[in-house]
Design a protein around this ligand. Structure first.
Ligand code: NAG
Ligand code: NAG
Ligand code: NAG
Length: 517
């Protein structure tokens, strides 16, 4: 005889074998929820203070009503002012309310979050036609899916049809653009390094989130492979474009692709690295550790410079922009992401990350004792590029570390404790090996070689990562079936939109909060 329990266990194991994905498994895991509940019931800070702030926000109330519209655009289009704040407010609200569902079990919060996602699913039909559409598709894309992932165990999300409307809309409006963009099919991509790293990172984060949420191995693998060896600036070896030696210690630091541009956007890269790496980590893939923890090498560079210290700078060009020095513009920019990076590298991995620790402390201090979240620490798009709440979601006491480490399948124990002070010739760590567990078939379509002329070959940025055969196959995942009919018609003046004017520049250490998109 089989007990009901053993049948359920069997079905559970079977379904995990089929999909291989862990749920919830994006920015928040079950282990995180268990820990947060315990901290809050013990009224411990910084969790309690973060939580109090979250539940007091207008964007966390069960009475919140959605602002869904048919068309979203960040900038002014045909004289109509940008309205993307409607979407980023709602994405923040859906996530905050979904967190309340998971942490306090509030059904009314879950219902409101479900209705927000359902309303956008039923209403949204287009993002704008300028390149800014890809920022919305990436940034708000991963945020919406993160909210949906937390509602997976709220049955009415599906029985109401909200989930289905959301998925259908997302696939057409967001995912299609994420894939189109990362496949360099946008007209402005005649040079595949056209867009700064943050543009690609948010699109990777969105596609990856959706792949996990819908148990789609093909999409998930595409995002992971792009991170490892894509040819645009978001791929990690391009996003941290140069390895340089720290004066005095000769520790290796990673020069970020946007470091010569300004620090606000560079800070956004670290916010998005956190999203991409954490989502993959919760699926057992260690992108944090990829290529000698290249994200950390970059974080150390960023933190050192933004705390007022010098850094070496290698001349950088991608054929469109050229930089010969690190940019002081928006130096000291603050974004909530450092709790996550610190907890991961220092506490979970046991690595040495002195500048990251200092920047984490600086960020927390600047934000008033804990990292804020979307809706809690200011208005304007930059305050909504990330969902935040790092002190609630990721802060760990020493005693919490084993539980977090043990809930992550396999990888955490096999990653050697690589010090961030690496010699410039890098050995390959186990984390560089292809993920062993994904076996589902992949979509393989050949992509035409660069279809547009004038790819500048004369100014190589840095040696390209050698692509594994697997990567070069999966990196060409095309989404033409999804994007047919929505091919953007770009106007001639839009090619510079990835480089908005940097006029808000203020260099004010240590506490002013500066945010850039
Ligand atoms: C996964 O996504 C790809 C690309 O969008 C799609 O072609 C494929 O049908 C999806 N697979 C499943 C199992 O849904
Ligand atoms: C960072 O802040 C924590 C908590 O206040 C403190 O214990 C630690 O020493 C600080 N780290 C550094 C490097 O100052
Ligand atoms: C790691 O980084 C080095 C130096 O930039 C690069 O040559 C190498 O191809 C990278 N390896 C992987 C596996 O990405």
């Amino acid at each position: 005889m089989f007990s009901l329990q053993s049948v359920c266990l069997y079905l559970f194991i079977l379904s995990s074998l089929v999909s291989g994905f862990t749920h919830p498994g994006l920015l928040v895991s079950d282990a995180d929820i268990v820990r947060i509940k315990a901290k809050i019931s013990a009224r411990k800070n910084p969790w309690q203070a973060s939580w109090d702030k979250l539940v007091a926000l207008e964007y966390s109330q069960p009475s919140y009503t959605d602002n869904a519209v048919a068309s979203v655009h960040r900038g002014t289009v045909d004289g109509v002012a940008g309205n993307a704040d409607l979407l980023w407010h709602d994405a923040a609200a859906a996530f905050n309310l979904a967190l309340r569902w998971k942490i306090e079990g509030s059904v009314t919060c879950a219902e409101t979050a479900s209705n927000i996602l359902g309303a956008w699913g039923r209403t949204l039909t287009s993002l704008e036609v300028s390149d800014d559409q890809y920022l919305t598709a990436g940034l708000q894309g991963y945020q919406l899916v993160n909210a949906a992932e937390l509602l997976r165990d709220y049955a009415p999300f599906e029985s109401s049809g909200n989930a289905q409307y959301f998925i259908a809309m997302f696939e057409k409006i967001f995912l299609a653009k994420n894939l189109f963009f990362l496949n360099h099919q946008a007209p402005s991509e005649h040079n595949v390094r056209h867009f700064f790293a943050n543009w690609e990172l948010c699109n990777m984060a969105s596609a990856m989130a959706y792949g996990i949420y819908t148990d789609n191995v093909t999409i998930y693998d595409f995002a992971v492979d792009y991170f490892k060896a894509g040819d645009g600036n978001g791929a990690i070896n391009n996003a941290i474009s140069n390895l340089v030696s720290e004066t005095g210690t000769s520790a290796t630091l990673g020069q970020p692709q946007e470091a010569g541009r300004d620090q606000g956007h560079t800070g956004l890269d670290f916010q998005l690295f956190g999203v991409v790496a954490q989502q993959a980590w919760n699926q057992g893939d260690d992108l944090y550790g990829y290529n000698s923890s290249r994200i950390l090498l970059g974080a150390e560079y960023y933190a050192r410079y933004n705390l007022g210290n010098d850094v070496p700078f290698e001349p950088y060009t991608n054929g469109i922009v050229s930089y010969t020095a690190v940019s002081p513009a928006s130096r000291g920019a603050i974004r909530p992401t450092w709790e996550l990076l610190y907890a991961h590298y220092v506490q979970i991995k046991g690595l040495d990350a002195p500048w990251t620790e200092l920047y984490k402390n600086h960020t927390i201090e600047s934000m008033g004792g804990f990292e804020g979240g979307a809706g809690s620490w200011g208005e304007g798009s930059g305050h909504y590029d990330g969902l935040g709440w790092g002190s609630l979601l990721y802060h760990l006491d020493v005693a919490d570390v084993p539980a977090v480490s043990s809930t992550v399948p396999a990888v955490s124990s096999t990653v050697p404790a690589v010090s961030f002070t690496l010699p410039s010739s890098h050995s390959t760590t186990t984390s560089d090996l292809p993920s062993p567990s994904r076996t589902a078939s992949r979509i393989v379509q050949s992509k035409e070689p660069a279809t547009v002329a004038s790819v500048s070959k004369s100014v190589p940025v840095e040696p390209q990562a050698t692509k594994s055969e697997e990567t070069s196959r999966t990196s060409t995942l095309l989404a033409s079936h999804l994007v047919s009919g929505v091919h953007p018609t770009l106007g001639p003046a839009l090619h510079t939109s990835c480089q908005p004017p940097i006029t808000k520049t203020v260099y004010q250490l240590p506490t002013t909060i500066i945010v850039y998109d």
